[in-house]
Design a protein around this ligand. Structure first.
Ligand SMILES: Nc1ncnc2c1ncn2[C@@H]1O[C@H](COP(=O)(O)OP(=O)(O)O)[C@@H](O)[C@H]1O
Ligand SMILES: [Mg+2]
Length: 288
């Protein structure tokens, strides 16, 4: 009998992380795979002792990229691959990949590295950014989920305050897509297939994230939306992806971001599709 580990981050106490792991574990067991849920800190990354416990594969739901790499180095197949988790974990990094592949997205400028005790506020750099993107604009931290580190900047004062606050942090400046205010699409992809999609909208916030007050409904994707979502997932090398799409001019789709460990509970509740089954079926095909 095959075996797998489903790894999530044990320092995150919210139930939704464990719930995500349970959905995957149950899908694995439905396919006859013995499955153990592990919190990241339950795997000791001891570099001296040979790593002996070995499942046939790992579904990695966390962003502990060092652990993902540790397991990969031990020769265990990991889904997604640690390189993908690393790319997607940093939005600046993933936008570099998306741009390299010519993926349509909002105009994006990656902020330069500023050491926290220093500043470039008198260099003229920030004026150039204001000129290039105008206001309102989006500032988005490299690491962040559930809309929590995405900011809509409406005034110059807010802009200067935020860039000052973000010294030492990876982030990007991004064109605000007004036509997509409070609405987006989440597309879950497994391999080359779109497994499920939902339309998310919020009456109260520019961000459509459900955790942030958005509501979701089933959506029938256009061919253009389907093609772009798959291209975006492939651009970052993701086998499993939750791609967020924005609505540009005339509803033209733009890629907002690609999530490597997309949550699947909400989309299950909304569409009745359990993405976990597709994920496990995909892995078993890859390992066959
Ligand atoms: N450039 C943008 N223009 C308009 N809305 C945006 C833009 N970027 C993000 N958003 C909104 O903010 C939400 C969160 O942004 P996202 O990049 O997906 O970060 P997170 O990882 O926190 O979900 C998106 O779902 C979308 O509703
Ligand atoms: Mg998102």
């Amino acid at each position: 009998m095959r075996s797998c580990w489903v790894i999530y981050n044990g320092s995150l106490t919210h139930d939704k992380f464990k719930d995500q792991a349970i959905l995957i574990k149950e899908a694995a067991e439905r396919s006859g795979v013995r499955s153990v849920i592990k919190m990241n800190y339950e795997v000791l990354m001891d570099l001296e002792t040979a790593f002996e416990e070995r499942p046939d594969f790992v579904v990695f739901l966390d962003k502990d990229t060092l652990l993902a790499r540790f397991l990969k180095n031990a020769g265990i197949p990991i889904f997604n691959d640690p390189d993908v988790i690393e790319t997607c974990d940093n939005k600046a990094k993933q936008y570099l990949e998306l741009a390299k592949h010519g993926i349509p997205m909002p105009k994006t400028i990656i902020a330069p590295k500023i050491y926290p005790s220093f500043t470039i506020k008198d260099s003229g750099y920030y004026e150039k950014i204001l000129l290039a993107l105008g206001l309102p604009m989006i500032i988005k931290e490299g690491h962040g989920s559930f809309g929590m580190r995405v900011y809509l900047i409406e005034t110059k004062e807010e802009f200067h305050e935020k860039v000052d606050e973000l010294r030492g942090v990876d982030y990007v400046f991004q064109q605000f897509i007004e036509t997509s205010r409070g609405r987006d699409i989440r597309v879950n992809i497994v391999g080359n297939d779109i497994v499920a999609a939902m339309y998310r909208s919020s009456e109260t916030d520019f961000r459509a994230n459900i955790t942030n007050g958005g509501v979701a409904e089933v959506i029938e994707l256009t061919e253009e939306q389907k093609t772009l979502a798959i291209q975006a997932a492939h651009a970052v090398g993701a086998e499993f992806a939750g791609v967020d799409l924005l609505f540009g001019e005339k509803e033209t789709p733009l890629v907002c971001e690609v999530n490597a460990a997309a949550h699947i509970r909400n989309i299950y509740n909304v569409t009745g599709i359990n993405v976990a089954d597709a994920m496990i079926a995909y892995i078993l095909r890859q390992l066959a």
